[in-house]
Ligand binder design. Structure first.
Ligand SMILES: O=c1ccn([C@@H]2O[C@H](COP(=O)(O)O)[C@@H](O)[C@H]2O)c(=O)[nH]1
Length: 240
């Protein structure tokens, strides 16, 4: 990936999100992830505003509904000019294939390249107890993540969102070209918060992660640009 550290732009308003981005020098283009909080508050206008400033957008809405609804939603997302977007692998093969169809159709209608479609395997906030007791899925979190990645690949997705703890097993099972983007990244100097399956940037790079999603360690840092650059340096393996 050209920009392996994706900043989760988790803010409640367009103003706060753009003020955050204003701290980055004009020539420093970044990839930002717009999730539910910001998109529900600011809608497609925030996507367009961020792209207009020269940044790439990862629209993380984690679609999970009946296939027809997901296909229609993805058709709209495909028209927005985003680079990446997400769907829940737990929706199953028919829904995932519909997501891909809708995304490609939407992008084609605007003459845009189709965004990379990433399937959520197991959220990085899920632990063994949540998997076995709440979700009633037997086995390990890693086995479940690999299984969902297999379903996603067979359904036409381009890659998955997983913990860096599972990205090696997913690449071993599905090949290195199948993208594995990893949130739940915590440098040694940051708090885990609600994340359960975490890794440092350097360890995630060694494990084969294709890109890191990092939110609070950057957005809540005293100096967000310095935190971003420190994580990039750690990713590059210069120090842990
Ligand atoms: O499994 C997942 C899927 C998505 N996320 C998203 O990534 C960021 C992480 O933010 P932090 O502040 O670095 O914890 C956030 O937007 C999540 O919605 C994830 O964490 N895990």
């Amino acid at each position: 990936m050209k920009r392996p550290v994706i900043i989760a732009l988790d803010f409640p308003t367009e103003q706060r999100a753009l003020a955050f981005l204003d701290q980055f020098p004009a020539e420093m283009a970044v990839t930002v992830k717009i999730g539910m909080e910001l998109f529900y508050a600011a809608g497609p206008a925030i996507v367009r505003a961020v792209i207009a400033r020269g940044h790439d957008v990862f629209l993380d809405l984690k679609l999970h509904d009946i296939p027809n609804t997901v296909e229609a939603g993805m058709r709209v997302i495909g028209q927005l000019g985003v680079r990446y977007t997400t769907v829940h692998a737990a929706g199953g093969h028919v829904m995932l294939a519909a997501a891909k169809r809708g995304l490609v159709a939407g992008a084609q209608a605007q003459g845009l390249p189709a965004p990379t479609l990433l399937a959520i395997t197991q959220l990085t906030s899920t632990n063994q107890q949540i998997l076995n007791v709440d979700q009633q899925i037997p086995g390990t979190v890693a086995a479940s993540a690999v299984h969902y990645a297999q379903v996603a690949q067979a359904s036409g997705c381009d890659g998955v969102i997983c913990s860096a703890q599972e990205v090696g097993a997913i690449h071993a099972a599905l090949g290195p070209a199948f993208v594995g983007i990893t949130p739940g990244i915590r440098p040694s100097w940051a708090q885990a918060n609600d994340q359960q399956r975490i890794m440092t940037p350097a360890a995630a790079a060694k494990a084969g992660s294709n890109g890191l999603v990092v939110g609070r360690p950057i957005t809540q840092a005293a100096d967000p640009v310095a935190a971003y650059q420190r994580i990039l340096t750690e990713w590059s393996g210069q120090h842990e």
